[in-house]
Design a protein around this ligand. Structure first.
Ligand SMILES: C[S@@+](CC[C@H](N)C(=O)[O-])C[C@H]1O[C@@H](n2cnc3c(N)ncnc32)[C@H](O)[C@@H]1O
Length: 223
């Protein structure tokens, strides 16, 4: 088997070392040596966009917030589902990830950052949500391994009641919050309900139609 080749590393304050590595045509993003994402499997990242944007194809001026960027698969899947005058905001914590998406990672998801509908905001998606009221038709969060498996300890706040309330207020009425998780998160569905969401839990395949399944918590603002 070919060895992993480190393409770039970045030191991020409060996060540590972030690495982009490649083996053949597979890319991985590692945070402090722990794999956060691989280009090998991205079916559920696309399912997040599919479920979150199901009602937006014909909606003029749809607004979608995606946090974080990763390899851009969710953003690409959003762009493929919304109209020509939609606006898609992407919040990404790590400047290196944004730079890599404008460089070696761009072809993986068809260079979504070059789409004129996209605005990239460098920073915490939670802070961005806090600055918005009734703005987004969909907020799609895939920032970590899920509500109970964190790579960035600060992300805990996104999944608590206060974080969910921030998402609720940043959504337009009947807007959708979608949260990606590597696996089930006991109690999280109930917490979303406490924050006011009508919740549906989906289990899309990580890749193709068989094998590992991930979890999507989809919450609608309103009945
Ligand atoms: C698993 S990847 C996302 C994968 C993405 N859905 C895709 O399709 O490629 C998680 C991303 O979220 C970013 N991230 C982590 N915490 C964040 C936060 N609080 N705000 C914004 N981005 C964050 C990470 O740097 C990483 O780029």
């Amino acid at each position: 088997m070919k060895p992993w080749e480190t393409l770039d590393t970045a030191q991020v304050p409060d996060v540590g070392e972030v690495t982009l590595a490649r083996r053949g045509d597979e890319y991985v993003l590692r945070v402090r040596g722990q794999t956060l994402m691989s280009s090998r499997r991205h079916g559920s990242e696309e399912s997040l966009a599919e479920a979150g944007c199901a009602d937006l194809a014909g909606k003029s001026g749809a607004r979608v917030l995606v946090g974080g960027l990763g390899f851009g698969y969710t953003v690409r899947a959003v762009l493929d589902r919304v109209g020509p005058n939609a606006r898609v905001t992407v919040a990404e914590l790590l400047p290196a990830v944004i730079a890599w998406n404008r460089g070696p990672l761009a072809p993986l998801a068809g260079a979504p950052l070059e789409d004129p509908r996209v605005t990239v905001v460098e920073g915490d998606v939670g802070a961005l949500m806090a600055r918005h009221t009734a703005t987004f038709d969909a907020i799609l969060l895939d920032v970590d391994n899920g509500p109970t498996a964190l790579t960035h300890p600060d992300n805990q706040g996104l999944y608590g009641l206060a974080g969910l309330a921030r998402a609720f207020h940043a959504l337009r009425p009947r807007g959708t919050l979608g949260i990606w998780s590597a696996g089930p998160a006991p109690g999280f569905e109930r917490r979303m309900g406490q924050a006011g969401f009508t919740v549906q839990v989906l289990h899309p395949a990580a890749h193709g139609t068989k094998g590992t399944r991930h979890t999507l918590f989809m919450g609608r603002r309103g009945p």
